[in-house]
Design a protein. Structure first.
Length: 434
């Protein structure tokens, strides 16, 4: 377990930063590359551990993939070209790899066993296995609906499925099943979630449409997917750490370059604006996912209210919303976020415990937090932990930027799941003071 010393940044954060590639898009580029015919080249690929897990799983299924720095090349085998793996596929810490692959593997002519690390093996998989049954899919989970699980390969049927949870992972698994079905399928969401699978599938040649309600997706099966070039935009979920760092740390002004501004992901920008953050966004030309440069400076923050409808567009940023609320003058209420209970950790609990350790008054609600913010905190214990959760580790590092005492973070290695260069970028923005 890596232990890191953290210190404050009294001079603030400054300069430009190129944000690493989007995690969700990097996973999907490997997957669609594998399921296409021909070669897919991926630039600005995220080399975090989760995306390497996806690449390794497809190698085990017979796909040749090379990763050289942030450039990846996938030699696609087509929807019908995967081979049975010789052993259990290791899903590591990655919920996205697991759930999306369940949809892909459900229609293959072989069975596949999946298992992950201690955290992933506790996360719910029935949310995928149950709706897959509408297509004739079959996933045999462990007791409690978790990994290890076996995906039994079957011939799949067309289906019309209403999803019970607002989850892009579940939606994407259904889309992958629908691609292998024997007719046109409809997938209905509860709330709109990130639509990277739909956008990228269209780029690769699939016939997939989203109705004006943004909730109803129609998928035509057996498209002829052709390898593409994918330029992965900067991950707004990684950029969000620096947006929040700049907003809460006095004397800061940073610019985050080429960040993905897909509206299904920009909830954190809406929150920052509502809280009164000084920020400015420059949209950039792009023929794929929307892209922009984000400038943000130290700000006086107002409290915020977040409810269920707001959650999908900021699901991974809610720990940061809690941190912003903890620095705002007044009481914030965040509800409708029960999904956080089943992330890499129970983030409602781990965020509340972490902020309480910083001396913030936080009440844990069943589905969120009540947070009494104030700019100055009284740290209770200087030794923090990531709880093995990448986003918690980064949250502690950002929160410590305004600390009056030096702090320690245990389990900092978890951060490499989504942001291997996090501490280098922190050093860059704080002028080497860390
Ligand atoms: C993801 C979807 C979200 C998000 C996760 C990545 C994706 O999960 O939290 O980090 O790439 O589809 P849910 O689908 O569980 O909301």
């Amino acid at each position: 377990m890596t232990q890191v010393k953290l210190s404050s940044a009294p001079l603030g954060l400054h300069g430009h930063l190129q944000i690493p590639g989007d995690k969700s898009i990097s996973h999907r580029a490997i997957m669609l590359g594998a399921l296409s015919h021909g070669i897919t080249t991926i630039d600005h690929f995220l080399t975090g551990q989760d995306c390497r897990t996806t690449a390794e799983a497809f190698r085990q299924l017979g796909v040749s993939i090379t990763i050289d720095d942030d450039h990846a090349v996938v030699h696609g085998v087509g929807l019908d070209g995967l081979h049975a793996p010789s052993a259990t596929l290791n899903m590591g810490n990655s919920g996205t790899t697991t759930r999306l692959m369940m949809g892909i593997l459900a229609g293959q002519p072989f069975d596949t066993r999946l298992s992950g690390d201690d955290s992933l093996n506790k996360r719910p998989m029935k949310r995928v296995s149950e709706p897959l049954t509408h297509f004739g899919g079959e996933v045999i989970t462990s007791e409690g609906g978790t990994l290890p699980a076996t995906v039994k390969g079957h011939h799949l049927h067309a289906a019309d499925v209403q999803l019970a949870v607002a989850s892009a992972q579940v939606k994407s698994a259904m889309i992958f099943a629908a691609l292998q079905a024997d007719g046109v399928s409809t997938i209905r969401e509860k709330l709109p979630t990130r639509n990277h699978t739909e956008l990228m599938l269209r780029q690769f040649g699939a016939d997939i449409t989203t109705a004006d309600d943004q909730l109803t997706i129609t998928v035509h099966p057996h498209p002829n997917l052709e390898g593409q070039h994918v330029l992965v935009p900067g991950d707004i979920s990684s950029a969000a750490f620096w947006m929040v760092a700049a907003a809460i740390t006095p004397n800061s002004a940073v610019t985050l370059d080429k960040v993905n501004l897909n509206p299904t992901r920009t909830g954190i920008i809406d929150v920052l604006k509502k809280m009164g953050a000084q920020m400015d966004i420059k949209q950039l030309a792009s023929d794929g996912e929307p892209l922009g440069d984000i400038h943000i400076a130290s700000s006086q923050l107002r409290p915020i209210t977040v409810t269920e409808d707001d959650v999908p567009a900021m699901v991974d940023e809610l720990p940061l919303v809690a941190l912003l609320a903890a620095k705002a003058s007044g009481t914030s209420k965040i509800t409708g976020a029960q999904e956080l209970r089943v992330k890499e950790t129970d983030r409602i609990h781990t965020v509340a415990t972490t902020l309480q350790q910083f001396g913030v008054e936080v009440k844990e609600l069943p589905d969120g937090w009540l947070i009494k913010g104030r700019p100055d905190w009284q740290i209770q214990d200087p030794v923090f932990t990531s709880y093995g959760d990448h986003r918690l580790g980064m949250l502690v590092a950002i929160a410590s930027l305004t600390s009056s005492v030096p702090l320690t973070l245990q389990g900092a290695d978890a951060i490499s799941v989504s942001y291997p260069g996090f501490f280098d970028d922190l050093k860059h923005l704080t002028g080497g003071g860390h």
